[in-house]
Design a protein around this ligand. Sequence first.
Ligand code: ASP
Length: 439
Amino acid sequence: MLKVCKFGGTSMATAENILKVKEILQADRERRFVVVSAPGKRFSGDKKITDCLYQSYDEAKKTGRCGQSFEEVKERFLALEKELGVNVEMQRLLEEIEEKILRTLTPDYAASCGEFLCAKLLSAVMGYEFIDSRELVMFDYKGKLNAEYTNDVTKNRLATVDGGAIIPGFYGVMPNGNIKTFTRGGSDITGAIVARATDASVYENWTDVNGFLIADPRIVPNPKHIRSLSYKELRELSYMGAEVLHPESIFPVKVAGIPVLIKNTFAPQVEGTAILPDIDEQEGVITGIAGKRGITGILVEKGLMNAEVGFTRKILSVLERYNISFEHLPSGVDTMSIVISDHELEGRTFQLVEDIKKAVSPDKIEVQSGLSLIATVGHGMCYKPGTAAKIFTALSKCGVNIRMIDQGSSELNIIVAVSEEDYEKAINAIYKEFIDDFR
Ligand code: ASP
């Protein structure tokens, strides 16, 4: 039996926290493979090492020198080496990295160094082997993870480990040898890759909260804790903004059916949240509520749209040309809404609308900005009639106008769009309506 652990940025932020990590690892000898993030914020208002590294890259590009941000990186890592009482030749590693940031000038290389150095430190603290992720995580030439190749390579490499190993999260390598990172928070994916490759009994993801909450505590005061959820529910919730785990990290563990356990480094005795292939007992209807702001709907209206073969394809090919992926596409007889996140639009809405007009000559096209999406998620919904009615009643009782409704065919979630001013009010109303049903 072996366990894979991933420790997030807060767990690695200070020497004191790293010693807590050490205790957690020593408490269970099955915790043999460990993936780490770069040191995160030590206090509110502090900087994450990864952010400093991206800034170092920007400064290097503009001025030819790494500048102040890299000084902060140096200072923090040298202090960590000293406080932890280990010797990883930090000064020399930092000099090499600074030189290489200037030479390679890729943001991905710069950003990867936080995880690299942090793993070096923990490997010295634990006396475990350090394994660079460039030996394990393989991207293709387009920068997409080559999942099967990565699994083969990682499996073979980790089979040679005697004892424990510390692996930096967040990055891997492209066929030309260049470093490539996942999107932000991507160390969770590395952890899942390692769990799959080692056929771990569990993937423990150690963070600074007690697991998933039913709703965002910044919106709902003291929301209940989620004890367990399924892979599918996790996908829905994390895609819709629940921030505990990277939305893509579920794929490697799903292939192997490995459970994920979210645990708190600062309260290891707390049960946490288990993410399981399937949930057997359906205690409640709803598992969680998540949402995101910054959404725009483009409403396209055209008589006999439904009879026009290829209508949707024409619209989607415009989006494809712009490399825009949409969130939802609810449609009526003569209407269709394309629901898109603002960061995909990047200020190109006007151009996009013009191109849609050219492609399908609609009777009317209208842009609805300032929207937000709210997903109410739970397997229980499939079995319990009246769930949608409950959501809509809650919203109508508090005077929130629903701008769009989408229920996926999985019956796992119901998504509504509301205007941004109503976002928090709506989440609170749904939470209150279901509070007794939460498992
Ligand atoms: N250090 C990276 C970030 O801040 C990746 C991670 O922590 O998972 O996004």
